[in-house]
Design a protein around this ligand. Structure first.
Ligand code: PLP
Length: 342
């Protein structure tokens, strides 16, 4: 099977498995796990922030960040196609008493700065207060598209001018940095906090990191405990996370190359509609027309022929490139799809 459903399906590398077996561990709720401490220091340094916190998942990373930034009854501004709004079970509302105020994402996952300015609440007895602006880079539902540093900075300025902090769901921030050919610290310079995943394109078996200033991370640590995310001897996981950060970020451009080649070839197939401008990193979204069939039909047909793909909508297929799909896998996927489409 060639598994193109997501980069979350990546398995830990041999180097990760070895490091995991040898990891020095301690109780992380007492902040005594040396491997987690090393991962957190490394992550904070790479991202240019004061402190970092290891969390089990991206979803928990975003949730602890939202809870640490906001008070109950506040409102979060975020894109209507954002992962936090779309796929995180409304956690911020359920657990934190926070309201989502969505703004339209354009096809690259950008939000209009003027709309953000207009949506930030003024002091008024009738209004919930704006507690946070939440961005996403790369943007999952837009198809792995990238916000530039200038776009992020523009949105940060609008929010910061009104004393609203900005959090980034940077699950795939290293894909964005690789596309932009920028050091990741520079890209996230003006953001107050960032969540990024170790377990997607970076191939660790589990784990995400939240970064920000020391005070924010202290609050996030408490929120993580409240959510049941205090993990004890999780240095065995952090050991893989260290390899993810030191050895796996440089190879993401290979996934981007494969995604681009795949998309450019599929675009020639009749009935496969691709927006090639949005194929910037490791995700390829394909829209199907009435004649081509539904995404569910194609997912089943592809599975029967050894290819796993995702359905991102009734007529939208999603293919994600990652460490466990090499050039031979890419070519096989392409020839299988061409044969099925003809
Ligand atoms: C943009 C984005 N944010 C957050 C997450 C959540 O990560 P996790 O699956 O580790 O909870 C994902 C997962 O796919 C994602 O794509």
């Amino acid at each position: 099977m060639i598994d193109l459903r997501s980069d979350t399906v990546t398995r830990p590398t041999e180097a990760m498995r070895k490091a995991m077996a040898q990891a020095e561990v301690g109780d992380d709720v007492y902040e005594e796990d040396p491997t987690i401490n090393r991962l957190q220091e490394l992550a904070a340094e790479l991202m240019g922030k004061e402190a970092a916190l290891f969390v089990p998942t991206g979803t928990m990373g975003n949730l602890v960040a939202l809870l640490a930034h906001c008070e109950r009854g506040q409102e979060i501004l975020l894109g209507d196609n954002s992962h936090v709004f779309y796929y995180e079970v409304g956690g911020a509302s359920v657990v934190g008493g926070l309201a989502f105020h969505t703004l339209p994402n354009d096809r690259f996952g950008m939000i209009d700065p003027a709309m953000v300015a207009g949506a930030i609440r003024t002091p008024d007895i009738h209004f919930a207060q704006t507690g946070l602006l939440c961005l996403e880079n790369t943007h999952n539902r837009a198809g792995g598209t990238v916000l530039s540093k200038e776009q992020i900075d523009q949105l940060c300025q609008v929010a910061h001018d009104r004393d609203v902090p900005v959090h980034l769901d940077g699950a795939r921030i290293f894909n964005a940095a690789s596309f932009l050919e920028l050091p990741v610290a520079q890209l996230v310079e003006n953001l107050d906090s960032v969540q990024f995943c170790l377990s997607k394109g970076l191939a660790a078996p589990a784990g995400s990191i939240v970064v920000g200033n020391r005070n924010f991370i202290a609050k996030a640590r408490k929120m993580r405990k409240m959510l049941g995310g205090g993990m004890r001897q999780a240095g065995v996981l952090a050991a893989a996370g260290i390899i993810a950060l030191t050895e796996m970020t440089q190879r993401l451009e290979e996934d981007h190359y494969n995604a681009r080649r795949f998309a450019q070839s599929l675009a020639w197939i009749d009935g496969f509609d691709l927006d090639l401008e949005t194929v910037q990193t490791n995700i390829v979204a394909v829209n199907l027309n009435e004649k081509t069939g539904t995404a569910a039909e194609w997912v089943a047909k592809l599975k029967d022929n050894g290819i796993l793909a995702g359905a991102a909508g009734p007529r939208r297929l999603r293919f994600v490139f990652h460490n466990d799909v090499d050039r031979a896998g890419l070519e096989k996927a392409l020839s299988t799809i061409s044969n099925l489409a003809s």
